[in-house]
Write a protein that binds this ligand. Structure first.
Ligand code: SF4
Length: 223
């Protein structure tokens, strides 16, 4: 019972710490002008840094805007050219064009916004080419307003180190275990806050346990 109480507090303690440090204000969100645009952004951002993402995003915009209608008509070569600074540009260009065709054909932007069942909306997103759990969940929480916690590599690491999840858990097992500690309405913010905590404190190589607010209760603490 004692241990459970400890684990119950650990994620909220981390979140309170991030908030106190003002690293991520509660109001912070990932901006979603359209589902299609945010999907394009996440595809561009795979294995590259944010400066490149911004550059490529602006280059892509110059084709006439980032909408399914524009991208589906654009030459694949032109999309590739715009994506070049981001790496893997051939694969990414093909994927973005495929998505544009599907979004246009199925009127998906509108359809997704009309689904009021999270599981159904998630299924639709996961059926899209190249869209995995994390990206689907980012769309669900930041574009569609569902209460879900997208799990990225930092968040997964924190869940495992704090003993909330174990390394054999699936994406959804980790997500559900973490979500059980985070109140509804806070999960979009918690996604951003935990990533920041992973970057600044619980880093993959050298966690800064001595500066960590849960060092006395974390099973992986080095201090
Ligand atoms: S004590 Fe160390 S391992 Fe545990 S959460 Fe804090 S930084 Fe990570």
């Amino acid at each position: 019972v004692e241990q459970k109480a400890t684990r119950d507090n650990i994620i909220m303690e981390i979140l309170k710490f991030v908030e106190k440090k003002s690293w991520v204000p509660r109001s912070k969100v990932i901006e979603c002008r359209s589902i299609f645009e945010l999907l394009v952004l996440t595809i561009i951002s795979q294995i590259t840094n944010w400066r490149n993402v911004r550059t490529v995003f602006n280059r892509l915009k110059q084709l006439g805007g980032i909408s399914p209608e524009v991208i589906k008509e654009a030459e694949l070569k032109a999309i590739e050219e715009a994506l070049k600074p981001a790496g893997l540009y051939r694969v990414k260009a093909k994927r973005i064009k495929e998505l544009a065709v599907i979004f246009h054909k199925q009127d998906l932007e509108r359809k997704l916004r009309e689904i009021n069942d999270m599981v159904k909306a998630r299924e639709v997103l996961l059926s899209l080419p190249g869209i995995g759990f994390k990206t689907a969940d980012i769309i669900l929480v930041f574009c569609l307003g569902f209460d879900i916690l997208p799990i990225d590599t930092h968040i997964r690491r924190i869940a495992i180190r704090t003993g909330i999840a174990n390394s054999k858990d699936s994406y959804d097992e980790i997500r559900l275990k973490l979500e059980s500690h985070i109140p509804l309405g806070l999960r979009g913010w918690a996604h951003l806050a935990l990533i920041e905590f992973g970057r600044r404190i619980c880093g993959s190589r050298k966690p800064r346990c001595s500066s960590c607010p849960v060092k006395s209760i974390c099973p992986s603490s080095k201090v």
